[in-house]
Structures are given as C-alpha cells and as structure tokens.
Design a protein around this ligand. Structure first.
Ligand SMILES: [Zn+2]
Length: 250
C-alpha cells in the first residue's frame, strides 16, 4: 500500500456518531470518541475533564469495577467466598476515579490570581509540598516532596500559598512519570504566575523500585526544572537549592 494513503485511511475510520448513538455506548467509549474527534491526546497523565460530562465519572467507576472484577478472576481469586476481596473491585474503582487518578477527570482547582501590588521581587520558596502519585509504568505509588521557587516581577500574578499545593496535587493525582510531572507543573505555574524565574525540585520514592524489580529501599529520584532567571543566574539557583532542607543537595 502506498504511504500517501495513510491520511485517507485515518479519516475514513472517523465515523460520525449522533448523540443518540453515543448514548448507547459505554461512557469510556463515548469520552474516547469526543477526544478523538477533537484530536486530543489522552495519555495517562493528561487531564480529560473537558470531555467528561456530568454523571459520566460514575459510569466510568462502574466500568472499572466490572473490569477489575475480571482481573481478580484472571488471578484465580475466589472473590465470592473470600470476604477480604469481596468488595475489592468496587474499592479499587472508587480509589482510581475519586482519589489517586482524580486529576485526570476534574478541572483544575479554581485559583484566584492577584496583581503584585507590593511589587515583590525577592525569591519566594514554597514547600515542601507532599506529593502522592503513581507511576504510569506499573501503577505503583510514588511518594515524595516538591519545592517551588518563584522570582516574581511587577507584572507577575500572585496566587495564594495553598494554591501551589492544590495545583501540584491536581497534576500528581494521575498515573505519572516524574520528569513529565515536573514539566507539567512548571508549565501550569509559568502560565498562571508569569514570574521572571521559576524553579521546581521534586524528590520522590518510587514504590515499584521497592515492591518489585531490584527491591532497592534507598532509591529516591530527584528532578528539577529551572526556567528564566534560575537558568541564567547561577547565584539565584544556588540560593534556592541551599534553602531546601534536603539530605543531598543538587
Ligand atoms: Zn514504575
């Protein structure tokens, strides 16, 4: 087949569906259809809330519960007699949709920005912010801490201290990859605060390292993003890093 036939094939598979037809589909397929029609990415760490309608998270929960029940069956676990696993599929579905992967399905928490009336231009450090996430590779927990350094200018928008934690949690409550999580957080803050400099350090324990694989109990992964003034000014970068109460300094 000629290579130039690919775009044609792609558009041919995009069948138009009416709202009535969509209503017959499971919620996950309905949402996937909307995402594909809008040509939007839906990787594990993407937020898809704009494509999820009222009540659909409940439907997704029921779907995940049914599939999780099949996983337990495939693991040859007698969930009928075993009182411990009787409700496990339901618990896991609720945990995924409402807690640990919630950041995929809900919009960003509302953040009030206010102008920098005091014209603050000193290094500001927020942290440590507790991070609870999961790795996209194994869906194992990631547990860690984040520090954020901001160098505002007179045009920056300031946001309340607690909002940094809420935005961080929204980004981390998805299956993540540490490097990508830190970049996503930096992009979000850059766009909102518009500082002269932005620095983020994340230090985290990946439980897939402890629970499986090498079973190394001492491995913490450290990642950082430096932008603007933090990139250009080595003194500022050093000042930020020296103020972090971490065991090992970068
Ligand atoms: Zn992993």
């Amino acid at each position: 087949m000629a290579s130039n036939s690919t775009p044609l094939d792609n558009s041919a598979t995009r069948i138009f569906r009416s709202e009535e037809e969509l209503a017959q589909l499971p919620a996950s397929e309905r949402i996937r259809y909307r995402l594909m029609s809008a040509e939007r990415r839906y990787h594990a760490n993407d937020n898809i809330s704009a494509f999820v309608r009222a009540g659909e998270v409940e439907e997704l929960k029921a779907e995940v519960q049914a599939k999780m029940q099949e996983v337990l069956q495939a693991l040859v676990i007698d969930t009928d007699s075993d009182h411990n696993t009787n409700e496990t599929a339901k618990r896991v579905a609720k945990m995924y949709l409402e807690e640990v992967f919630r950041g995929r399905y809900v919009p960003m928490p509302a953040v009030t920005e206010f102008p920098n009336a005091e014209r603050l231009n000193e290094l500001m450090i927020v942290g440590p912010i507790t991070v609870r996430s999961a790795c996209s590779h194994h869906m194992c927990p990631i547990f860690g801490r984040v520090w954020i350094g901001i160098l505002p200018n007179e045009h920056s928008n300031l946001i309340g201290l607690s909002k940094y934690a809420r935005i961080t949690d929204w980004i981390m409550s998805r299956p993540q990859i540490q490097e990508e999580a830190v970049t996503m957080l930096a992009n979000e803050l850059q766009e909102r605060v518009r500082p002269d400099g932005l620095a983020i350090v994340m230090e985290a324990d990946h439980f897939c390292m402890h629970w499986r694989g090498v079973k190394d109990t001492e491995s913490a992964m450290v990642n950082s993003v430096m932008r603007g003034a933090f990139l250009k000014d080595a003194n500022l970068r050093r000042e930020f890093l020296s103020l972090l109460p971490r065991k090992q300094q970068a």
